[in-house]
Each structure stands twice: as structure tokens, then as C-alpha cells.
Write a protein that binds this ligand. Structure first.
Ligand code: FES
Ligand SMILES: [Fe+2]
Length: 475
């Protein structure tokens, strides 16, 4: 394409042309017009993660969250139902909820006092008879998200009434969410409120990285190994699977080759806890449990901006412990996003186990954490170059070719027990191409129409079985 300056249509055309050959335009990470379209076509249409159910356990509990740039109250009403209400008073559009979280029976607008219940119904206003006697309250409630649903305690919503169900949207990704969040009957809970910090980068850098950018660990995070904070050597860490779970949603496992392999099991969560992990009829299969047992690291992204990370961390020379973080890459504009970062634990962990996991998480994946500080710096320059004139006029297209036929050692595997397209070894970037294929589909979708959620796999000629029996030869 020769359109300058690049605009949303020309960048998307470049993306459509580039993806089959593993190329992505650099301007994707910095163009203002594209970002404006993302707000409408991605954040106002896709299922967006908002909260974990353990944040609002009691009726009346609420948290203030964002869909795209817009604030929504996520509140459990008096019937125990979770509602997602646009935080804008219907009288003049004032923000009604002024705390990040709390418990309430009503939200009262600070401007003129219109008062709404936890379902969003307008229930009254000062001097009602004089001011509004005869007004229909029913049509003056807070606006709600089109659909709200949860999966394994994770609450999502969409503003698009034509969106598929959450289960359809997650597709194969639900199978993988089970094997972090559904390992036992006790389930998962958040440990404290989410940390928040702003990075001068594009939100897609976070999503791209957590879709399975494992390759950067040996370079960018080298110091983490040098201080002994991570228990798996780099070469072994790269062994595992890259999985395109369903359109848009990708993940990556570092995986022990067999059950008997020494090293962390179940991400190094304490053995006393992992003894409670078990297959349960209709909820967790033996295959899922086996994958979770062998998994050392799970890192994945639910499109657009919800990421999950479970991994073993060594803190203060102690034995490694599992850390589970969930996070959103919350867009602010094309060059800024806010990370919302929750640490989680299994509800049946002891308070000491939770504290150990939390400390280990803070030391690594938090604003002051060793991994986190490494990651954010390069993303800032991705955005700066993404909005540069040079990237535009020179037509800089970024290389996403790792693991394509003839490039590197990654191969698709046929013997993987889970849904989606799986590659053996994590030297692979199909996970990111999967994210951008779906991104492209959403960015080009007409209102009311949804891309096909049946997997349209990236067709790799001559794909062969390349299972765990081959691990030894690759180490
Ligand atoms: S703007 Fe909310 S009561 Fe007037
Ligand atoms: Fe990283």
C-alpha cells in the first residue's frame, strides 16, 4: 500500500496482506485512527473481562471497571445477579459511582440526586413530585451492558447485542481456563485489589506478549535467571506447546515431557494444595488434569485484553512457589494503556501459602517487579516507532514468521489432547498471528455481523505428529 499518512483502512489492508506470510505493519501499534476504530469494533463488541466473582461475593458489592475507555459499575444486586451498568446518570450524564469498590443498596448521583438501585433502576430523586411527578421511571434507568456472563468465576460483558454467547466466544479457550481455574472445587479468589499502572505503549503489546512471546525471556529477562528467581533453565523453558485455542485466543505452556520429570508440577503450587486437584465429572477431565500437572508455565490471552499467567517463582532463595496473575491491558489512547493486575490464589490455600505466592508475584509481575519492569520498556519504543513517520513512509513491516514452514524447529502436533491448533516447542509466533487474524476480522466486521468463530486454521502443509516423545531430541 502506498497511502500516506497511513490510515485505518490502509493499515488493515497491509495486515490482511501480511499475515499469511507472517508480516504485521509497525503502524498497527501507533495509529490514532486505527485506535478509534478499535474502541468501536473491538472494545464495544468483544466480550471484555471486568472482574473476578470473589471481588463481589455479597449482594450490594460493587467494583468500578472499564470497557475500552468507559467506566462501568459491576454490581451484585439484591438477588445475587451481577449487573454491568454504564456509569453515566441518565439526567445529565454525570458519573454516579465515585468509589473503586464498596457495598451499597443504591447509587446516588452527586449532581441533582437521581438515585438508582443495584439493578440500575431509577428509584427516586429529590423533590420528585415537583420536579418529575408523572415521569416514567422505567425508561430512565442506568444503561446496562448488552450481555453479562461468567466462566470459572471470571466475569465478562459485551456491549454488542449481536455478540455470540460467552461460551461460544471463548470456544476452545474455555478448556484451558479450566485447567487453571477449575482444578478443584474450592476454586480461585483474588488476593487484594488490582494494582494499576500506566505504560506509554499500545495495549496490543501486552496482548501480543501474553499470547506466547516466550522467546524474549533469554534476552530481556536474563537478569531474572542471574538472580535465581526462576527455576527452569532457558532451553527447558522453551520446550512446550503453543496453542491457538480458538480464533483470537492463544496460549503457551512450558511443559515437562513426562509426569516423572523432575521440576515443578502444577506451576509449583504447594503439594498440600495440589493433592486437592482432581478430575470431576463434567467439570475437569483426566486429560486436563494431566496437562496442568505437567505444566510449568501457562501464559495466555483472551482477545482482546485479558491475560492469564501461572508460573513458578523463587523468592528469597526459598523453594519455588506458584504465582497466578490475571491482568487487563486497559487502553487509554493509541500510545498509553493501564495495566490492571490481580494476584490470585486457590481458596483452600493457607494464609501463609497465599502470602508466599503474593510476595513472589509482587517481586516479579508488579509495577516494581523484575519481569514487569523489563517488559514495559521495549513496549514503549514499539509504540513510539509505531506512530513514527519513518515506519509509515518506509513501510516497516514487523516479522512474525517464527515457526512458519521452513522457519525454526516448531511443528504442528496432532496428538495434543486439547482443542485448537498446537505446536511443539515455543519457538513459534502462530499464537500472535491467530490474535491478529481475529483482530482483523473484528476490525472489518459490519455492525451486527460476527466473524465465523469456527476455527479457520492456519494451514501448514505437511504437518506431522510431533509429540512429547520427541522432546529428548530437542533439548
Ligand atoms: S446529572 Fe445526575 S441527577 Fe442530574
Ligand atoms: Fe516478559
Amino acid at each position: 500500500m502506498t497511502t500516506h499518512p497511513a490510515n485505518a483502512d490502509s493499515i488493515l489492508a497491509d495486515l490482511a496482506e501480511g499475515l499469511p506470510i507472517g508480516r504485521v505493519p509497525a503502524t498497527l501499534y501507533g495509529n490514532r485512527e486505527l485506535y478509534e476504530r478499535e474502541k468501536l469494533n473491538v472494545f464495544a463488541r468483544c466480550w471484555v473481562f471486568l472482574a473476578h466473582e470473589s471481588e463481589i461475593p455479597a449482594n450490594g458489592d460493587y467494583v468500578l471497571r472499564k470497557m475500552g475507555e468507559d467506566y462501568f459499575v459491576v454490581v451484585r444486586d439484591e438477588d445475587g445477579q451481577v449487573n454491568v451498568l454504564f456509569d453515566a446518570c441518565v439526567h445529565r450524564g454525570v458519573q454516579v459511582c465515585r468509589a473503586d469498590s464498596g457495598n451499597t443498596s443504591h447509587f446516588r448521583c452527586p449532581y441533582h440526586g437521581w438515585t438508582y438501585d443495584t439493578k440500575g433502576n431509577l428509584v427516586g430523586a429529590p423533590l420528585w413530585r415537583n420536579a418529575f411527578g408523572g415521569l416514567d421511571k422505567g425508561s430512565n434507568g442506568l444503561r446496562a451492558a448488552a450481555k453479562v456472563d461468567s466462566y470459572q468465576g471470571l466475569i465478562f460483558a459485551t456491549l454488542d447485542p449481536s455478540a455470540p454467547t460467552l461460551k461460544e466466544y471463548l470456544g476452545g479457550m474455555a478448556w484451558y481456563i479450566d485447567l487453571v481455574f477449575g482444578l478443584n472445587d474450592a476454586g480461585v479468589e483474588v488476593i487484594g485489589a488490582p494494582q494499576r499502572f500506566v505504560i506509554a505503549a499500545n495495549w496490543k503489546s501486552g496482548a501480543d506478549n501474553f499470547s506466547g512471546d516466550d522467546y524474549h525471556l533469554g534476552t530481556l529477562h536474563r537478569s531474572v535467571w542471574e538472580i535465581g528467581a526462576y527455576p527452569i533453565p532457558f532451553a527447558a523453558n522453551m520446550m512446550g506447546y503453543h496453542i491457538q485455542a480458538s480464533p483470537g485466543h492463544s496460549l503457551s505452556f512450558s511443559m515437562a515431557p513426562t509426569e516423572d520429570e523432575p521440576g515443578p508440577k502444577f506451576f509449583a503450587f504447594p503439594e498440600r494444595l495440589t493433592e486437592t486437584f482432581a478430575p470431576r465429572e463434567g467439570r475437569l477431565s483426566a486429560h486436563q488434569l494431566d496437562v496442568a500437572r505437567r505444566a510449568r508455565v501457562f501464559v495466555g490471552n483472551v482477545f482482546p485484553n485479558f491475560s492469564i499467567l501461572a508460573l513458578p517463582i523463587i523468592e528469597d532463595g526459598a523453594d519455588p512457589t506458584g504465582v497466578l496473575t490475571i491482568r487487563t491491558w486497559q487502553p487509554i489512547d493509541e500510545g498509553h494503556f493501564e495495566v490492571w493486575n490481580w494476584f490470585c490464589g486457590y481458596k483452600n490455600m493457607t494464609s501463609e501459602e497465599k502470602a508466599h505466592s503474593y510476595r513472589s508475584g509482587l517481586a516479579t509481575f508488579s509495577m516494581g517487579g523484575s519481569f514487569e519492569m523489563d517488559d514495559t520498556e521495549p513496549w514503549i519504543t514499539v509504540a513510539r516507532n509505531g506512530r513514527s513517520t519513518a515506519a509509515d513512509v518506509l513501510g516497516l513491516s514487523l516479522n512474525y514468521q517464527m515457526g512458519m514452514p521452513g522457519i525454526g524447529i516448531a511443528h504442528p502436533v496432532q496428538d495434543w489432547p486439547g482443542p485448537g491448533i498446537a505446536y511443539w516447542t515455543r519457538y513459534e509466533e502462530g499464537v500472535q498471528r491467530n490474535m491478529y487474524r481475529f483482530y482483523l476480522d473484528m476490525m472489518r466486521a459490519e455492525p451486527g455481523h460476527w466473524p465465523d468463530l469456527d476455527f479457520a486454521p492456519e494451514l501448514i502443509p505437511g504437518s506431522e505428529s510431533y509429540g512429547i516423545d520427541r522432546l529428548e531430541s530437542l533439548r
